[in-house]
Design a protein around this ligand. Structure first.
Ligand code: OFO
Length: 165
């Protein structure tokens, strides 16, 4: 049986992951509006991954005999002043999620729930990857600066992730 505090925090995490999906989908819509289809595709794939993250928590709560309870999702920001500022927001957001995962891990250890602890290990590694992907894109966008050809090249590169889906 799942401990009450862990159940509560894991339910909150379902909300965080779905809110992440919503944020990235909103970024995808922003990129569509800028005709940056590759970046829009990248964000759509990211949004889908976030839904999968939410479903991992959903599955775990149910498997442990807990009760999934969904909360409302806040409306995301809808506009950015540049592709760089959107990806910088994505980076800040991933740092926030890493903090949440670390907090959940601490809780699982405190409550001596080894199954929850092992379950969270996947997310610890995933966050390393998520942060590193966005850090790299932010760095490239900074390098590109005002160059339209650089931006179009990066858009094409990032679109490869989208086209796999
Ligand atoms: Fe679910 O990792 Fe991003 O937010």
């Amino acid at each position: 049986m799942l401990n009450r505090k862990i159940q509560e925090e894991f339910n909150k995490q379902i909300n965080e992951e779905l809110a992440s999906a919503y944020i990235y989908l909103s970024m995808a819509a922003y990129f569509e509006s800028q005709n940056l289809k590759g970046m829009a595709g990248w964000m759509r794939v990211q949004a889908k991954e976030e839904q999968e993250h939410a479903m991992k928590f959903y599955g775990f709560i149910n498997e442990r005999g807990g009760r999934v309870q969904l909360e409302s999702i806040a409306g995301p920001k809808t506009d950015w002043k540049s592709p760089l500022s959107a990806f910088e927001d994505a980076h800040k957001h991933e740092i926030h999620i890493t903090g949440r995962i670390n907090g959940l891990l601490e809780l699982a250890r405190k409550e001596r729930d080894s199954a929850a602890e092992i379950f969270l290990h996947w997310f610890v590694s995933e966050q390393v990857e998520e942060e590193s992907n966005v850090t790299e894109i932010v760095a490239k966008l900074k390098m590109i600066g005002e160059s339209s050809s650089g931006l179009l090249y990066l858009d094409k590169e990032l679109g490869k992730r989208g086209s796999k889906d």
